[in-house]
Structure formats: structure tokens, C-alpha cells
Design a protein around this ligand. Structure first.
Ligand SMILES: [Zn+2]
Length: 284
């Protein structure tokens, strides 16, 4: 009984090992697929160049100008309210002066007359101050309107630029839209198949890599991302796909090894022969 269970355990271990092997190979395959999709998307975006960013910048700039314009317009509105208040105060002063002048007709003595005269004088001064303030504010409005004019013409120009750039971008997007949509859909599927932890390092690697490559093959004995050579033993490990192996130099995930073409092997041999011949020559 005990023997049987040991045998069973071994079988289970074997099964599990096989399962893990397939999983790693599958994980790498899924990641390579995602890389292929992302690289294709990168190419589409590369064609669009800086246009999307330029359009975004223009949109930001326009939004900023619109905010400034609204602020200036609110300031003018506020100035107009202030002018209105001074005009109303002036009207009040006028009414008071009329009232005081009537009172002056009915004063009983000189002292009362003087007191009312003082009030009239005071209201007259108030009106003068109001006029002065109104003129100051009108000057401010004039200046503000100049600024508004500047912002408006700037807005007009920016909007024209935006329209042109947007049209340009729309044409380029239209050319690749179908491909992009298909790739994005494929990407969704590929993401679901990808291992979560590997996906995290994949994303990080892609963010840091200028060529957008996070998963690469070893080709001609070198990492497909940074072209540093990969030692033969490591290449064998990569081929085994028993664990995830990354490039020692750039950290990219090495998904497999491209077998060299027969021509390439020959070429290398020739070079090696030449080198050893040269070495022999220099030794002599
Ligand atoms: Zn590398």
C-alpha cells in the first residue's frame, strides 16, 4: 500500500512538473503574442508621430485661453457693476442736494443754513469722487478690453491651427483605424491570457525600453532587445522553458531562441577560422 502511494506521488510530481513546463511555455507564448500586438500598435502610433500630442497641447492651450478670456470678461462685468454703483450713488447725492437746497429755503437761522450748506458741499464732493472713480474704472475696462482682444485673436489663431492639425490627424487615424481596432481587441484577449505577475514586469520593461520591446527572442546568440550576447548554457535554459529567464544586460524577458540559419552558421565558422589563423600567425 505504502509503495503504491509513493509511486503515485512520483507520478503526481511528474505530472505537476509537466504542467509547470507547459505553463511557462504558454506564459511565454502569451507574452510574445502580446508583444507582437503592442509592437504593431507602436508602429501605428509612430506613423501618427507627434500629431496627437500637438493636438492635445493645442486643446490644452485653447482651454487655458478660454479660461483667461472668461476671467477677463468677469472682471469687466465686475467693473461695470462698480460703475453702476457709483452712478446710483451719484443719483442719491443729486436727490439729497435737491432736498438740502429746499431745506435751505426754510432755515430759521444762519447756523442751520451753514449746516445744510456743508451737507450740500459734502454731497457735491461725493459726486466728484464718484466721477473720478468711474473714469478710473472706465480706463481699466479699456485696458482689459485690449487684453480680451489679444486673447480672442490668439484663440482664433489657435483654433485655426487645431482644426488643421485635427484634420491631418483624422486622415492618418482613418488609414489605420481598422487595424488599430482589431489590434486593440486582440490585445484585450491577449491580456486575459497573460500571467498577472509577468504582465507587471512586461509593462514596466516596455515603459523603460525605447524600442517598446519587453519580450524578445535570442537571435544569433544575442538578446533581441539589447543585442548583448547570451551564453550558450543560458540559451539552452531558455530553450527548455522551465523558468522565466531575463537578459543579464537589459532585463528583457527572453522567450526563446531563434535557431540560426544554415548560412549564418557557415559564415561564423569561416570567421572563426580566419581569426584562429590570424592568432596563429601573430603567435609565430
Ligand atoms: Zn538584453
Amino acid at each position: 500500500m505504502l509503495k503504491k502511494s509513493v509511486v503515485e506521488q512520483i507520478q503526481i510530481n511528474k505530472l505537476m512538473a509537466t504542467a509547470t513546463d507547459t505553463t511557462i511555455a504558454q506564459k511565454l507564448e502569451a507574452l510574445m503574442k502580446l508583444q507582437g500586438i503592442d509592437s504593431a500598435l507602436d508602429n501605428i502610433f509612430k506613423v501618427r508621430g507627434d500629431l496627437p500630442e500637438e493636438v492635445r497641447d493645442l486643446e490644452d492651450e485653447i482651454a487655458g485661453l478660454e479660461t483667461r478670456l472668461a476671467k477677463f470678461q468677469a472682471e469687466v462685468e465686475n467693473f461695470n457693476i462698480q460703475i453702476n454703483n457709483y452712478r446710483n450713488a451719484k443719483k442719491d447725492s443729486e436727490k439729497l442736494i435737491v432736498k438740502y437746497k429746499e431745506q435751505q429755503m426754510n432755515v430759521r437761522n444762519n447756523r442751520e443754513f451753514e449746516a445744510v450748506s456743508k451737507e450740500i458741499e459734502l454731497q457735491g464732493l461725493e459726486m466728484e469722487i464718484a466721477d473720478k472713480r468711474i473714469k478710473e474704472i472706465e480706463f481699466k475696462i479699456l485696458n482689459k478690453n485690449d487684453e480680451i482682444g489679444g486673447v480672442e485673436s490668439n484663440l482664433f489663431e489657435r483654433n485655426k491651427d487645431l482644426e488643421i492639425k485635427k484634420k491631418e490627424l483624422d486622415v492618418i487615424i482613418a488609414e489605420s483605424e481598422e487595424d488599430e481596432q482589431k489590434l486593440l481587441k486582440d490585445r484585450e484577449k491577449a491580456l486575459k491570457l497573460a500571467d498577472e505577475r509577468l504582465l507587471k514586469s512586461y509593462t514596466k520593461l516596455r515603459d523603460n525600453a525605447r524600442n517598446g520591446l519587453a519580450v524578445v527572442m535570442v537571435s544569433r546568440g544575442a538578446c533581441g532587445g539589447c543585442f548583448s550576447s547570451v551564453p550558450p548554457q543560458r540559451q539552452t535554459d531558455i530553450k527548455d522553458k522551465k523558468k522565466i529567464i531575463v537578459c543579464e544586460h537589459c532585463g528583457r524577458i527572453l522567450a526563446g531562441v531563434n535557431d540560426p540559419l544554415p548560412g549564418e552558421v557557415k559564415e561564423k565558422k569561416t570567421r572563426a577560422t580566419k581569426v584562429s589563423a590570424a592568432a596563429t600567425a601573430s603567435a609565430e
